[in-house]
Design a protein around this ligand. Structure first.
Ligand SMILES: C[C@H](O)[C@H](O)[C@H]1CNC2=NC(N)=NC(=O)C2=N1
Length: 101
C-alpha cells in the first residue's frame, strides 16, 4: 500500500464515505459511544488487535462509555495516508458488533 500523504481533496473524498469521521488538525478522528465502560474497554482491546494486525496505530482515548481515535501516519511526518483510512474502515467494520454508535 502506498504511504504517501493524501491531498486535501483525497482526504475529503474518503471522509465522505466514512460518516462520523472528520479531519482534526492533521489527523482523522472519530468518537464512539458504548453501552458501558466495560463495552468501551472491550472495543479498545479489539481495536488494539486490529492495529497490531495492520501494524498501524491510532491514538486511542477510553472514556467512561466512549472510545475516541485520532489517526495519522508517523512515517511520513504525521500526514494523513491511505493506511489511516484502512484502519478507520476496519474500526468502522468492528464497531457495530460492540454496539458502538
Ligand atoms: C516499526 C513499525 O512497523 C512502524 O513504527 C509502524 C507502527 N505503527 C504505525 N502507526 C502509524 N499511525 N504510523 C506509522 O507510521 C506506524 N509505523
Amino acid at each position: 500500500m502506498p504511504v504517501e500523504p493524501l491531498s486535501q481533496k483525497e482526504i475529503e473524498d474518503r471522509l465522505a464515505e466514512l460518516p462520523g469521521w472528520s479531519l482534526d488538525g492533521d489527523r482523522i478522528a472519530r468518537s464512539y459511544r458504548l453501552g458501558s465502560h466495560f463495552a468501551a474497554t472491550a472495543m479498545v482491546v479489539h481495536i488494539a488487535q486490529t492495529q497490531e494486525e495492520l501494524d498501524h496505530h491510532s491514538d486511542l482515548t477510553l472514556g467512561y462509555n466512549t472510545v475516541s481515535l485520532t489517526i495519522h501516519t508517523h512515517s511520513v511526518g504525521g500526514a494523513v495516508t491511505e493506511k489511516d483510512f484502512e484502519l478507520a474502515r476496519r474500526v468502522e467494520a468492528l464497531a457495530p458488533g460492540h454496539g458502538a454508535s
